[in-house]
Design a protein around this ligand. Structure first.
Ligand code: PHE
Length: 463
């Protein structure tokens, strides 16, 4: 009865693809490649891989096991184990609520670019002011945001098995094919620029893969470590209640050890392939300077690269943005699902009613965020040195401030209050041994909390 009401994933592969769908998002496709390019290529990759297997694995295991053992959403999960820790559930719930206000807005920008390439207008998107004039226009961004939100709401409305699981099984394999296809194509590129210098995709691959140790200092090494760490926990969608909710839908006989390794492999594999796809292409057509940070890489630099490819660039650009749209949709679905699931539990209401109400609330919030580029425009300096508009401010509060804090508190809760054994028991309940349990216990008690504290202090601008 209880199980029927909550819904759940029908199979282990359905769970893995849905969780991977949440984890694989715009973070993997644009943020990972530019961090890798800016942070010494291979060195960043090496550090990232070590962190995935230690730190990432610890955080992912914690969230998923917490969800499956309590069969609750974040809002109630912590309090159901220790009533005093109820506040942590409330804090965790805040993160998807804040991210949801702007994620559909970015999804809307991506949808717009899918349409631009579908109609063969890729050359226009390569013009200098195109992106800025689009996001600062009044109606278009709102229209595309609402379209993206409607798609997300529809899948969530259909439920865990019939909506999320089915949709993820459909799009995630397609996403892998597209990314491998474009990555291979990128390696075959070559271009001679105006000054007669020829650059090839394979040289670009070398820039990406080979560690660049020139001028490496301790402080630069620490910066790379911090970048890799904050990228990792954003990328795995941990500490925001999402993986707790998804974990609560997993049957007890599923081998979580294997599922967690598969999710990590999927997420990291897509990030690595995204780098293989973007860095050589940008390098061939604009050298390493094209690897700018933030939204401009995806919406400004890449359209220029596609345009420089000639006719085939329109097709590649189209496939690229469809792929990014899939990645963003499955992530947005996981955020909305977390909100809906928490509210269903809180108000004892049906999925259909709650999905509709949540959709309307976030439609309004997303419109406000869209207006942050004209009506509500401001320039706010942040503690980490960036200048923010409304969207960046929401991003800062959720990802740079709340996430590390929640993650730190979760580590203290699991490592010192309920003790790692609580999670280890859940990992072994299906009859499989949890091989990395010693590593897990050590990471969650000592290493992860210290790392999180450092990230938190850094984003608060303390150093
Ligand atoms: N993990 C996603 C990515 O790498 C981002 C995301 C953030 C997804 C928040 C869900 C919630 O892009």
């Amino acid at each position: 009865m209880e199980k029927k009401k909550r819904g759940g994933f029908s199979s282990s592969i359905g769970f893995v693809l849905s969780a991977a769908g949440s984890a694989v998002g715009v973070g993997n496709i644009w943020r990972f490649p530019y961090l890798a390019a800016q942070d010494g290529g291979g060195l960043f990759l090496l550090i990232y891989l070590i962190l995935v297997l230690t730190f990432g694995f610890t955080l992912l295991t914690t969230d998923i096991a917490l969800g499956r053992r309590t069969k609750k959403n974040a809002l109630k999960a912590f309090g159901s184990i220790r009533p005093k820790w109820d506040f942590l559930g409330k804090m965790t719930f805040l993160v998807p609520a804040i991210i949801m206000t702007y994620y559909a807005v970015v999804g809307g920008w991506i949808t717009k670019y899918v349409l631009v390439y579908a109609t063969g207008a890729g050359q226009t998107a390569a013009q200098d002011e195109y992106f800025t004039s689009f996001i600062t226009s009044k109606a278009a961004p709102i229209f595309f945001t609402l379209l993206f939100l409607a798609l997300t709401s529809f899948v969530v409305y259909c439920g865990v098995e019939k909506g999320i699981e089915r949709f993820s099984k459909m799009v995630m394999p397609g996403l892998i094919f597209m990314i491998i296809g474009i990555a291979l194509f990128s390696l075959t590129l070559r271009h001679t620029d105006a000054s007669g210098v020829e650059r090839t995709g394979l040289q670009g691959l070398a820039v990406y893969m080979i560690p660049d140790l020139t001028g490496i200092t301790i402080s630069r090494f620490l910066k790379i470590l911090l970048d890799a760490m904050s990228q990792l926990f954003f990328s795995l969608s941990v500490s925001m209640g999402i993986m707790i909710t998804y974990g609560s839908y997993v049957k007890k006989d599923v081998n979580l050890n294997r599922s967690i390794s598969q999710i990590e492999l999927f997420d990291t594999g897509v990030a690595l392939l995204a780098g293989m796809m973007i860095i050589p292409a940008v390098y061939v057509f604009s050298g390493t300077e094209g690897m700018t940070s933030g939204a401009s890489l995806m919406f400004v630099s890449l359209p220029k690269v596609f345009s420089a490819m000639g006719g085939i660039g329109t097709i590649i650009g189209f496939v690229f943005f469809v792929m990014v749209a899939f990645a963003a949709l499955t992530s947005c679905i996981s955020i909305m699902e977390t909100l809906v699931a928490n509210c269903m539990e809180l108000f004892h209401a049906s999925r259909k009613t709650v999905s509709l109400i949540v959709s309307v609330i976030f439609a309004v919030a997303s419109v406000v965020i869209c207006m942050g580029y004209h009506v509500f425009y401001f320039e706010l300096p942040l503690p980490n040195g960036q200048t923010a508009q409304l969207l960046d401010l929401m991003d800062y509060i959720s990802n740079s401030f709340l996430l590390p804090l929640i993650c730190l508190l979760t580590c203290v809760f699991v490592g010192w209050v309920i003790k790692p054994q609580w999670i280890i028991e859940e990992m072994e309940i299906s009859g499989h041994t949890f091989r990395r349990k010693k590593l897990y216990a050590f990471m969650i008690r000592y290493v992860a909390p210290i790392l999180m504290l450092i990230i938190f202090l850094q984003s608060a601008g303390c150093f």
